[in-house]
Design a protein around this ligand. Sequence first.
Ligand SMILES: Nc1ncnc2c1ncn2[C@@H]1O[C@H](COP(=O)(O)O)[C@@H](OP(=O)(O)O)[C@H]1O
Ligand SMILES: [Mg+2]
Length: 280
Amino acid sequence: MPHHSDFDALDLIVQTMIEASIAAAQVINDVYARDVEAEQKADGSPVTEADSAAETVILSWLESTGLPVLAEESVAAGRIPSLGERYFVVDPLDGTKEFLKRNGEFTVNIALVEDGRPIAGVVLAPVTGRTHIGCSSGALVGEVSDEKLGPLSAISVAERHPPRVVASRSHRSIEVSALCSSLQITEDVSVGSSLKFCLLAEAAAELYPRLTPTCEWDTAAGQAVVEAAGGVVLTFDKQPLRYGKRQDDFYNPFFVAACSEELAAHAIDELNALRNSDVV
Ligand SMILES: Nc1ncnc2c1ncn2[C@@H]1O[C@H](COP(=O)(O)O)[C@@H](OP(=O)(O)O)[C@H]1O
Ligand SMILES: [Mg+2]
């Protein structure tokens, strides 16, 4: 259990989300230490025993809150609760491909959604213990060691010209490459999973255009972190990405996350222009 004044100052519900993440990370690290075998899910993506074991641990931690949970592996198994105005969104192991590649770029993700917006989120990278939190106290980063969350530091997005772009290591699109040349972006970082949102939140990158599929559990916690850090996650109508899209099987539309609304809107305009030309 984490014991620290920073942790103690957080809302009880955020504390519970952090404790659930720490417990899940431990389960994931135990599997990571062994040889892991992947299975194929119905959508063709890989899943391991770490995904389901971590989700079970998270669900038992969150049960005490009485709130519904939309969780990746439960949804895959056909268990979709009725959601209401407030619920958790959980991806127990985002970046399963990176987990299998053993590059450490995978995360535990727990978000709290209210009225379709992610109002709190925890993104924990089990290998390093680095934990990003977005909540009413702002965006914070800390490290977990020996199952305790250490001191938290405030983080925020920053502007930079030209911006640095961060993109999926395993799912990159040609549009993103075209956008980089039209915005004269020379620096780009590839990283797996929701760590891309964390890089924006701590001012290590400024733009994350996502033009390949994601589901709500892939983005909810990361979006909460980015928004708490002063950034945005906009869909192509330039509105914040919203949650509870049951009619779309919880798939997100394409989006652009950025350090500012101006940059996100500018990137969306450029991407639309590229689509209407013959570049992509
Ligand atoms: N065709 C597809 N349909 C739905 N989700 C997809 C997808 N291709 C990739 N993803 C999502 O993208 C996530 C990986 O993101 P990234 O490419 O940024 O690392 C995967 O998370 P999981 O690893 O939790 O399955 C998966 O949910
Ligand atoms: Mg995922």
